[in-house]
Structures are given as C-alpha cells and as structure tokens.
Write a protein that binds this ligand. Sequence first.
Ligand code: FAD
Length: 404
Amino acid sequence: MKDRFDVLILGGGASGLAAAVEAARRGSRVGVLEKLDRVGKKILATGNGRCNLLNLHACGADYNDPAFAQTVLDRFGVQSDLDFFHSLGLLTAADDAGRVYPRSYAASSVLDVLRLECTRLGVTLLCGQAAASLAKTADGFLVNDTYTARALIVACGGKAASVHGTDGSGYALLRAFGHTITPLRPALVQIRTKPDLVRALKGLRVHAALRLTADGVEHSAQGEILFTEYGLSGIAVMDVSRYAAEGATARLDLLPEMTAEALTDFLRAIRDRDGSRPLEQFLTGVVHSRIGQAVLRDTLHEKLSVPCIALSDQQLRTVAHALKALSFPVLGTKGYADAQVTAGGAATREFTSSLESRLQSGLFAAGEILDVDAKCGGYNLTFAWSSGRLAGCGAADYAAKYKG
Ligand SMILES: Cc1cc2nc3c(=O)[nH]c(=O)nc-3n(C[C@H](O)[C@H](O)[C@H](O)COP(=O)(O)OP(=O)(O)OC[C@H]3O[C@@H](n4cnc5c(N)ncnc54)[C@H](O)[C@@H]3O)c2cc1C
C-alpha cells in the first residue's frame, strides 16, 4: 500500500515548510519528504544563527528576475509574510535597513514555530529520504515508488551549501518533466584574489565602495569588506560575487565620501604641515596604518623611512587615486560549498503566476530551485517564504479540484 497525500513537498527547507503550512491550512493531507534527518537545517545557519528572515523593503527590483519576483510578492508580500509568522506565534524585530529577525535573535525560533504548526496541522514529515524518482500516474504523481500525491511541490533548493542538504539533486527532478535549468553559479560567496596584497591586510575590515569589473561591465556595492588569506569577504563582496570570475578586477574605494581632489588636498596639507613625518606614518589617521603602508609601498616604491616632505604633488595624486581604487585581480570565488545562494535555476517562464509548471499540471516549484535570487539582507528568505506559501496554496487548490 502506497502512502497517499493530497500535496507532497520535496524538500523541507524554508520554502517547503511554508508551503506545507499553507497547504495544510487549506485542508490538504500534506507530506514533506526531506533528505536530511531533520527539516530546516539550513534555516538554523542563516543570518549567523540569528536568521534574517525578511526584508521590509523587498520588491521585485531586488531580484535577478524583477517581473517574476514581483508577481510572487504581489500575491504574498512582505507584510503578508510578517502576518504569517505572527500567526505562528513568532515575535519579530527589524533594524534600520529593514532586516527582520526573530525577536529572540535565534534562528531556532523560526524553525520551531514552523515545525510546531506542521505538527498542529498533521503534516507528515518524512525525514532521511531524498526524492530520487518521480513518475506521473493517472491521478497524480508517484515518488520513489512509495508515495503518491495529487500535487507535487519541488522545493529542494539550489546547490549552494550542500552541508545543509542542498546538493542540486532537485534540478534533475524538474528536468525529468522537461524543465529548463538556466546556467548555475555560486552567489553570495567570498571572492578569491591574487594573494600578495590581501595577505598583508588579512584580518582587517574596512567600509568601502567596491567596483567589480567583469567582461567590461561594472558591478558595484558598498559596505563592510574583510581582507582574508585568500581574498575578500563581507556583505558588499558577496553582493557582487555572482559576477566574479578569473580575469575580473575588484577595485576598492576606501574613502568613497571624498573626491580624489579633496583627498589630494588633505594629503598635501599633512605633508606641508608635518614634512618630517616618516612616510611610513603618512597615512596614519586616513586609513588603517597597515593599509596605508601597503598602499604607499605598492604605489610609490619608496623607502618608507624617508620624510614625507619628499613626496611630490604628482605622488600625492597617485596615492589619493590608489586609496580610491585599490585593485585586486580576481581568481574566482570560494565556490558552492561556501556560497549562501545559487544563481540560476529552473526557468521562471515555464511556471505560471501560481508557480504551477506550464509543462506538467499539478507540478509546482518554490524557493531557490527557481532562477530567482537576490543580494544579502533577508531577500532570499523572503522569496522562499512567499513562493513557498504561493505554491502551497496553488497545490492545495489543485488537489482539492481533482479529489474524488
Ligand atoms: C550560511 C547561510 C546563511 C544564510 N543566511 C540568510 C539570511 O540570513 N537571510 C536570507 O534571506 N537568506 C539567507 N540564506 C539563503 C537562504 O537560506 C536560502 O535562499 C533559502 O533557505 C532557500 O530556501 P529553499 O526552501 O529554496 O531551500 P533550502 O532552505 O535550501 O531547503 C531545501 C531543502 O531541500 C532538501 N533537499 C534537497 N534535495 C532534496 C531531495 N532530492 N529530496 C528531498 N529533500 C531534498 C534539503 O536538505 C533542504 O532541507 C543563507 C544561506 C546560507 C547557506
């Protein structure tokens, strides 16, 4: 005897659990098939364990596919997602950038309220079982030759951070029904650069503007940047990382609030006032001393023990420009293992506005498996909840229509 469900959800992550709650609230008999031994393990790792679950300002324009993301957010927008979590008993708090966290600042609160609601609604969690085979039957779908369902939601995530269960196996499930998977690449990931300069700066954090030039196109972001053994990290770096490949160049403007001219004037004033100051100390008070020394060494090739009065006006301009365009040749990224998100995925044009497949009725997809992703700040989880809830409603309605 096969286990029968109205709605079976493949993947018990953010979008899968949100889908399960909505489908069950609509009266469906719901099952969630999860590859790992517990559902929602990735949720626990999000936001450094605090789970930045939403962004109050999220709108279509924040995503790689603005029109499609907006269609989803028009149905279940951020306020609706907030209400959803409040209905689960979760208190939330938002910061000045609109990033929403559980008020407990513990990601486990988010997962726990979802699991409690699944239990209350009688959702069957089938853990430790990967969805490996799907077949269409006369009245629905057969999964792993064991479970039948009238409607299926593929919510297996992407292939970033496979330690949390996302190994990319969901793509094959959708491909089997003819779906197109657009080219995949790691996103929200650290960038590897030529090691010489970053190693000297290892461990330092700066607030800077970042310009990444790849294939002649410039991508920019601003915020905290961390120098590491292998390259660059931090939110601004992660936000442009999808474009990082060998041959690209990352340039940091360490003082974006000043023009090069204003900075040159400032440096000239230091030189003219305190000409005996050794070059080594020339940028003390402008940037971190280790950065200052590295920039001076890199640009002037002078002995750092000479007094700064030796600097010509032209050299002052060169230093100012170097501080505004510290250059790092890119070697690539840290790859899927360290990435937070996968860019690319199931082609959105092949899904309706209720996230049902245009190629196979009764088949739905939600979350990161779709070709939808965004920058850091709660936008990716916003899409996971919103798309999961939308697919959950659509699948429940589909199952109800074809029942009996
Ligand atoms: C370290 C880290 C921190 C992050 N922090 C944030 C943050 O603070 N804010 C934010 O907005 N986003 C964050 N993200 C991104 C966010 O977690 C994801 O975009 C989001 O979880 C995607 O939801 P999903 O439901 O599509 O997939 P997931 O949450 O990845 O869930 C997919 C589930 O499917 C399961 N699965 C996979 N294949 C199969 C299969 N064949 N059969 C059965 N089950 C399967 C997996 O085990 C997993 O449980 C972070 C990501 C990482 C890795």
